[in-house]
Design a protein around this ligand. Structure first.
Ligand SMILES: [Zn+2]
Length: 70
């Protein structure tokens, strides 16, 4: 056994992703594009409301949820 091989990740224990805009983690995020860069970001519901309104560049790409096992 290699006890020194434990991975210490900077992420919290949960499998939640951080919002790309406010960096807060949420159990559900919207996968969206909101600018001309063409990059997909994850937005929490709060930020999603802000970026989706009056934004001609906004594209909805789905919803990401924490997968609950068991
Ligand atoms: Zn946010």
């Amino acid at each position: 056994m290699n006890a020194g091989n434990l991975v210490n990740r900077p992420m919290p224990r949960s499998r939640q992703k951080p919002c790309s805009l406010c960096q807060q983690t949420a159990p559900m995020l919207y996968r969206v594009r909101c600018d001309a860069s063409g990059e997909w970001i994850f937005a929490c519901p709060e930020c999603w409301v802000k970026i989706s309104q009056d934004n001609p560049l906004y594209v909805y790409g789905g919803t990401w949820k924490v997968k609950k096992r068991g």
